[in-house]
Design a binder for this molecule. Structure first.
Ligand code: ADP
Ligand code: MG
Length: 327
């Protein structure tokens, strides 16, 4: 089974940033409102994610590390309508197969915390008492220590940390109300306070996308039937010569999608020249039955059941916003 985990790890765990993404998504699924991410040596040394979510009961702890063990779906109908970020139950199993993983947790109803430890192929999961407030901490040490070929592909700590920062930016944009702290080698690098009102939200948007984007952004809020498109698009005057400011989320999940990109591009049409890219932070919410997120293990891709409908809906929302704007 550990070999299967390591093979799965090849798909899910490309680099430290992918570990951070999976762990933070677990914290979000657990309803955490505060998430701290501590990194050492670009993540190759240590990745630690601590949250104040619902925690994991002592009896469930070893299960959390088992492959295909997820507490998030229980039947095929659930798979048809996924609202949690995780559902495949393979992230922790995969990560622990290529690292030394410690999982410490305490749910509200438990007086004491418990800890399990797993390491590479051996996968010993001894359970021992620990000290921890309500919530969960996952520590991933020595990533790829037992897969030297993969370890060789890691870039400098600086580059790997830059990837981690981007993962945190993407997630912080989607979850304004959650507080995030990111440290590197003991130093606080990014701190996003919980943003509830509009002013706080704009502050976070500016911190992530730049003041300039905020000053040249149009707010979008467009509903049709059960589709909802909201967020911000840059005015044509704020177009960029790289597609480095496009964040797109479907039901809270950051994705890359050709249909969506095409619709956005088309809404700008001749307002942009061929080498210009629109800037946007857009959220599309739709009935989870209308979209398949189980397309790839990394879950970056989705498939819309009615992609033409989604395309035209997005086009219309942005096109109207751009054309109603008197510039
Ligand atoms: P998935 O997220 O697809 O369910 P994972 O391997 O990422 O699978 O996690 C396995 C299980 O461990 C989850 O279903 C959840 O029950 C539990 N778990 C993992 N991380 C946390 C966390 N931070 N807080 C609470 N439960 C967690
Ligand atoms: Mg998960």
């Amino acid at each position: 089974p550990q070999l299967a985990n390591q093979i799965a790890a090849g798909e899910v765990v490309e680099r430290p940033a992918s570990v951070v993404k999976e762990l933070v998504e677990n914290s979000l699924d657990a309803g955490a409102t505060q998430i701290q991410i501590d990194i050492e040596d670009g993540g190759a040394g240590l990745i630690r994610v601590r949250d104040n979510g619902i925690g994991i009961a002592k009896t469930e702890l070893p299960l959390a590390l088992a492959r295909h063990a997820t507490s998030k779906i229980t039947c095929i109908e659930d798979l048809e309508a996924i609202l949690s970020l995780g559902f495949r139950g393979e992230a922790l199993a995969s990560i622990s197969s290529v690292s030394r993983l410690t999982l410490t947790s305490r749910p509200q109803e438990q007086k004491e915390a418990w800890q399990v430890y797993a390491q590479g192929r051996e996968m010993e999961t001894t359970i021992q008492p620990a000290s921890h407030p309500v919530g969960t901490t996952v520590e991933v040490a020595n990533l790829f220590f037992n897969t030297p070929a993969r370890r060789k592909f890691l870039r400098t700590a600086k580059t790997e940390f830059a990837h981690i920062e981007e993962v945190i930016r993407r997630i912080a944009l989607a979850k304004f109300n959650i507080a995030f702290t990111l440290t590197h080698n003991g130093k606080i690098i990014k701190q996003y306070k919980s943003a509830v009102n509009n002013q706080q939200k704009m502050k976070r948007l500016a911190a992530i996308c730049g003041e300039n984007f905020v000053h040249h952004a149009l707010e979008i809020n467009w509903k049709h039937n059960k589709l909802h498109l909201f967020g911000w698009v840059g005015l044509p005057t704020y177009s960029r010569n790289q597609n480095d400011l496009n964040y797109c989320y479907v039901n809270g999940r950051m994705i890359r999608d050709k249909v969506i990109n095409h619709a956005i591009r088309q809404a700008y049409a001749e307002r942009l020249s061929a080498n210009q890219y629109p800037a946007f932070v857009l959220f599309i919410d739709l009935d989870p039955n209308e979209v398949d997120v189980n397309v790839h293990p990394t879950k970056h891709e989705v498939r819309f059941h009615q992609s033409r409908l989604v395309h035209d809906f997005i086009f219309q929302g942005i096109f109207d916003a751009l054309n109603n704007e008197k510039v």
